[in-house]
Design a binder for this molecule. Structure first.
Ligand SMILES: [Zn+2]
Length: 358
């Protein structure tokens, strides 16, 4: 592992000197050196892969805490993992829980993995597995639209609304906390090791919290659907460009809706359940009337309320957007998709899942 980190660092040094972070060019430059250092061809490729990417160009130094393996250097032997290392082939038994056993049993093949050393000196192996996704049953199934927002994290066209309150509160808390620590970091007298460590810890904690929230939200949405259903989301390259919000706090929050990441989570969770995901044109979803189709900015009375200036139809604005998204994905018109009662979910954890099946 030390050798692997050294290899990474060597590749990084060369890449810096030559200003070359393209993977294949870099490969030509350093492959021979890495082999001479004693890394096998596969490990050399993995080391170059780490450096030769967008992330690599920002790296300072690689620590000997993790090492990547691919299909040729990693394989499973029952409940043990077999790794090809510089010291030859090692077969290491894994400690598995029932959950991991279940996942392994469903996996079709192993694509690779990473060996990491945890902070307490424990060793972990992350495996990348290929799992067979069920073929979604054709025909039938309902179409559910998802609208993502700030006030409500997500609103479904069936009326379920996930409140954004807890997330917002927590992120503002982190924002404040970070400003505090930041101001300390700016004063040299208070720039102690402890403060620096706190800074790093806060960052990690916030990232883990957000990631957990996104996973839970995606899980809750997908669990409320049946195989064969279709999930419609807005085709956005980022909520960023759309903001009209003023004030740094609001803007901070707006930038923190990691849309692309949420979408990829939603897509893989949906695929495993046999739910199709389609993306639709997001323009005017919050200004169009789902009953008569009249589109006007004046339809949107406030953050929360939608009232059509043509036909008087009135409902929760987030639901209207979700309903429009569902309609664009081919759901039946208003005739069948009657205005849903809004069911607010304030906590992602407490409510029993059954109550979400509508
Ligand atoms: Zn209308």
């Amino acid at each position: 592992m030390h050798l692997f980190a050294e290899g990474c660092n060597h590749a990084l040094r060369v890449a810096r000197e030559r200003g070359e972070f393209r993977r294949f060019k870099l490969h030509r430059l350093v492959c021979r050196d890495l082999r001479a250092m004693g890394l096998s061809a596969n490990l050399a490729v993995q080391a170059i892969a780490r450096v030769g990417c967008k992330k690599g160009s920002r790296a300072k130094l690689y620590q000997p805490t993790s090492c990547a393996f691919d299909q040729r250097t990693l394989s499973l032997r029952g409940e043990a993992v077999s790794l090809t290392t510089v010291a030859g082939r090692l077969v290491i038994p894994m400690k598995l829980g029932n959950c991991q056993r279940g996942v392994l049993a469903r996996a079709r093949s192993v694509q690779g993995g990473a060996l990491t050393k945890g902070p307490k000196g424990k060793w972990y192996i992350h495996l990348a597995l290929r799992v067979e996704a069920p073929e979604p049953p054709t025909g039938g199934g309902k179409v559910v639209g998802v609208h993502l927002g700030q006030k409500a994290l997500a609103t479904l066209s069936n009326g379920v609304q996930f409140s954004g309150g807890p997330l917002k509160g927590k992120r503002l808390h982190f924002l404040k906390k970070r400003a505090e620590v930041r101001s300390k970091l700016d004063r040299p007298s208070e720039r102690t090791k402890g403060v620096k460590r706190l800074w790093a810890r806060l960052r990690g904690r916030e990232a883990r919290f957000v990631s957990h929230t996104l996973h839970t939200l995606a899980r809750r949405i997908v669990d409320g659907l049946e195989p064969g259903d279709t999930l419609a989301i807005e085709e956005l390259t980022g909520l960023r460009g759309r903001t009209t919000k003023r004030g740094s706090t609001e803007r901070h929050l707006h930038h923190l809706w990691p849309y692309a990441r949420f979408r990829s989570l939603l897509e893989y969770k949906a695929a495993l359940r046999g739910v199709r995901v389609v993306a639709v044109d997001p323009r005017h979803t919050s200004q169009q009337c789902p009953r008569c189709g009249h589109t006007a900015r004046e339809n949107r009375k406030s953050q929360a309320l939608f009232r059509c200036t043509a036909c008087g139809f009135q409902h929760n604005a987030d639901w209207v957007a979700a309903a429009n998204i569902a309609q664009r994905a081919g759901s039946m018109g208003m005739g069948r998709c009657k205005p849903a009662r809004i069911l607010r979910v304030s906590s992602l954890h407490r409510l029993p899942l059954e109550s979400l099946r509508l």
